[in-house]
Design a protein around this ligand. Structure first.
Ligand code: FAD
Length: 432
């Protein structure tokens, strides 16, 4: 590690928090009773709360840390359609009809965020930027082109093929072998987006309690008793929206999500003109590696925000920062002496079938497991979850009743992560 790589004001907190500091909420005691208690104040929890509060339910939202402290203010600000398995794989597992419905909801999640931001007039740098998905080897370029030119009927998404010879119109690098632009994918400032949803939840009458963890959740015959260090709340309905931070209070869920750290750096401000050479189209960017890199310019186009997974085991952002920087420089050699101003990480929730899950278990409502693509899907399923609590028919999604798998002896500590990442890296290196 070299200190010269860090700016004098280097921070271990997300760049996004510079403009949107964690919200100051009153440190009051939660009420003894509520219709709905939502555990977790990220996109899932707050979108659920907007629905239930607007539906007339007395809604209390709890977060163990500050509001939005989890992934929802730490992410890369990229919005895609959020579904990892393709149509054929989904159809093999769940039949063509369900596969069709799942993929449609992936598209719906992207539309939902766009519509919500517009309807609620949220000021959050939302933009249909298009995502350049870059091939890290020639075989992946061929595979990408094949995939977009043979899209399943009814699920065609707009795209542009970018051969390597034309790549510099998208990205100032020769490190890739061409790629595909998904033109509908969007960019957002994740913390400003979160702040906007928080404001709407509060305006609708939800009460949000930060630094107030749910330490126990027990059935009490009529609903649940939610224990916190500041008192107990009796609630008819409880929503679990803890995703990669799901704890021992909900053991059944904890056994079904795999928390994985994802790491991001922000560069210091770049010299004038450089960003226009490196990212001329202002796209969001990802690549075809299994251990993916994702990056973009900051909304003011002065910095690059570069994310990925740089170690087998979880590590300190002080250690991940220089490693991410080294990978950034492999893509943009001009940035060799550019310093890092922020380095941070957060925990995504992976699932054993690479799909998000929503439903009800032993009376508790939940949605989680967005597998690293949750800006759209957590928003959308959070909204559906709120409708589910209200008993509305439209709260039912194509994700309902999908078996939420676990594995024997898995209790929430992913001991298999380091060997899996080593294996995927090896595959990335071999050109798979
Ligand atoms: C570094 C990083 C980059 C990412 N980049 C992207 C991206 O570019 N695009 C994309 O689509 N997705 C991305 N994601 C994923 C996306 O951010 C998440 O899927 C999404 O924000 C999940 O929202 P959530 O509300 O379900 O969970 P979170 O936002 O993680 O919120 C969960 C909350 O639950 C709270 N909590 C946990 N236990 C308790 C308890 N017992 N009591 C009270 N509160 C509790 C936590 O404190 C936390 O605030 C990224 C994630 C990370 C970490």
């Amino acid at each position: 590690m070299t200190d010269a790589l860090f700016t004098a004001d280097f921070k271990l907190t997300p760049y996004w928090w510079e403009h949107v500091p964690r919200p100051a909420l009153p440190q009051a005691e939660p009420p003894a009773r509520a219709d709905v208690v939502v555990v977790g104040s990220g996109y899932t929890g707050l979108h659920a709360a907007v629905q239930t509060a607007r539906g007339g339910r007395h809604t209390v939202v709890l977060d163990a840390e500050d509001a939005g402290w989890g992934c929802s203010t730490r992410n890369g600000g990229q919005i895609s359609t959020s579904i990892k398995p393709g149509f054929e794989e989904l159809a093999r597992r769940h039949g063509a009809e369900r596969a069709d419905a799942i993929l449609r909801e992936g598209q719906a999640s992207l539309d939902f965020v766009a519509d919500f931001v517009a309807a609620e007039k949220l000021d959050c740098d939302f933009r249909i930027a298009g995502r350049f998905h870059a091939a890290h080897n020639p075989a992946q370029y061929e595979a990408l082109v094949k995939r977009v030119t043979a899209q399943p009927k009814g699920h065609e998404v707009p795209y542009e093929i970018v051969p390597r010879a034309e790549q510099r119109r998208e990205l100032g690098t020769d490190a890739y072998f061409g790629g595909v632009v998904y033109t509908r994918h969007a960019a957002v400032d994740p913390a400003r987006y979160h702040q906007g949803i928080l404001e709407r939840a509060l305006e609708a009458g939800a009460a949000v309690f930060a630094r107030c963890p749910a330490t126990a959740i027990e059935p009490d015959g009529q609903g649940f008793r939610v224990t916190t260090p500041r008192g107990t709340i009796a609630a008819r309905d409880v929503v679990i929206a803890t995703n990669g931070y799901t704890g021992p209070q909900t053991k059944w869920l904890r056994r079904r999500v795999i928390p994985i750290g994802s790491y991001v750096i922000a560069t210091e401000e770049l010299p004038a003109g450089l960003i226009d050479r490196l990212m001329p189209r202002d796209r969001i960017v990802s690549d075809t590696r299994k251990v993916v890199f994702y990056y973009r310019a900051s909304p003011d186009r002065r910095r690059i925000l570069f994310g990925g997974r740089v170690s087998h085991d979880e590590t300190d952002p002080r250690i991940s920062g220089p490693k991410l920087h080294a990978d950034l420089v492999k893509i943009f050699p001009e940035l060799v002496s550019t310093r890092i101003s922020h380095s941070w990480c957060g925990y995504i929730a992976y699932t054993f079938d690479e799909l998000a899950h929503i439903g009800r278990h032993e009376g508790l409502h939940y949605a989680m497991g967005y597998c690293g693509s949750g800006v759209g899907m957590a928003s959308y399923l959070g909204m559906r979850l709120g409708q589910q609590v209200l008993g509305k028919a439209e709260g039912r999604t194509a994700f309902h009743d999908l078996a939420f798998q676990t594995r024997p002896f898995y209790t929430g500590n992913p001991w298999f992560l380091a060997p899996s990442i080593l294996y995927y890296r090896w595959q990335d290196g071999r050109g798979r």
